[in-house]
Design a protein around this ligand. Structure first.
Ligand code: PEP
Ligand code: MN
Length: 338
């Protein structure tokens, strides 16, 4: 349920209303926009007397929200949320490029790639330390040691780091990363979602391999219901019948999400296509569809990568993608932070 407050209402009366609502045992989410203030009510709203609220002087309208996601709903928060990751801002007019290897392999590799992508304009470094691999015999990632290498690369380059958490067991080890990634395979690992919801840290929430947009937003809701509102959604392709690409990039998810939620949305064209030659066209298509950023796999030596070499760009190819993005961004009224 949302309560829209009349413009220029007395803040004391608004406060009295929110206190009355919280005393009913409901959570309140107040969004003070430029045009209007909206109060979102989360919880069992059956005990709320709508007519009573409607009758108040300061209330313009009371609306029931049909969608099962509340905190993530744009109706609760009509303006874009800006998610700040150690100074790197996602949402609104900001456009960010995150780049780095699929997996952390060696310190030299990660630092070399981090320096190169930073020179091309990347604002964050990615890299997997804990890898969700289909085969138990494939490289599983360096684990804790990989996290240490990422932190070293951050120290050298100043780039904030994002890396995937696979188990709540390791949550303490992620205390010092800038952004925690929930991978596609864990999008509905509800215990893990609740655990990162209790962290005071931005979360990159990837879409599940075969999940609807609504299921994805419900996963965001799990995190938000624990108090963590700092979520960036990442469309990374879904499973379809098409075998020419690793996944099918659902570009229409971007404008749909822009309608449904206030959370920023970025795209991973690397996992969506599985092919390095498709990364540039899919990146540009994502910019055109209104994405707030991209996360791209970059490797100094893709043919010898321990994971996902076929979809990894070489640093000079990443540089070319960034230059092309910069040509497009003014058309979508966005700017890449420099
Ligand atoms: C990744 O980004 O390293 C990854 C494993 O991606 P996804 O969860 O989207 O498959
Ligand atoms: Mn990968």
């Amino acid at each position: 349920m949302i309560v829209t407050i009349k413009p220029n209402s007395n803040p004391v009366q608004v406060k009295r209303l929110t206190k009355w609502i919280t005393d009913l045992g409901l959570d309140v989410h107040v969004s003070e926009g430029e045009k209007s203030t909206v109060i979102g009510l989360v919880g069992d709203t059956s005990k709320v007397d709508i007519d009573l609220i409607r009758s108040l002087d300061i209330v313009e309208a009371v609306t029931r929200i049909q969608e099962p996601y509340k905190n993530a709903n744009r109706k609760f928060h009509p303006e874009d949320s800006i998610v700040d990751v150690s100074g790197v801002k996602f949402g609104g007019r900001h456009f960010q490029t995150i780049a780095g290897p699929c997996s952390v392999e060696t310190e030299k590799q990660v630092i070399g790639i981090a320096e190169a992508v930073k020179a091309s304009g990347a604002s964050m470094l990615r890299g997997g330390a804990f890898k969700p691999r289909t085969s138990p015999y494939a490289f599983q990632g360096l684990g804790i040691k990989g996290l240490e290498i990422l932190k070293k690369a951050r120290e050298v380059t100043g780039l904030p780091i994002v890396t995937e958490i696979m188990s709540e067991r390791y949550i303490d080890a992620f205390a010092d990363v800038d952004m925690v990634q929930i991978g596609a395979r864990n999008m509905q690992n509800f215990d893990l979602l609740k655990a990162v919801g209790r962290l005071n840290k931005p979360v990159l929430l990837k879409r599940g391999l075969a999940n609807t947009i609504e299921e994805w937003l419900m996963s965001a809701e799990y995190i938000m219901s624990e108090g963590n509102l700092n979520i960036v959604l990442c469309e990374r392709g879904i499973r379809t019948f098409e075998p020419y690409t690793r996944n099918t990039l659902d570009l229409s998810a971007i404008p749909i999400l822009k309608e449904k939620t206030h959370l920023p949305v970025i795209v991973d064209p690397s996992h969506a296509s599985g092919l390095s030659r498709l990364v540039k066209p899919m990146s540009l298509a994502s910019v055109g569809a209104g994405a707030d950023g991209l996360i791209i796999e970059v490797h100094n030596d893709p043919t010898h990568a321990l994971c996902d070499g076929a979809q990894s760009l070489r640093p000079e190819q990443f540089d070319d993608v960034v230059k092309a993005i910069d040509v497009m961004l003014p058309l979508v009224n966005k700017e890449r932070d420099k």
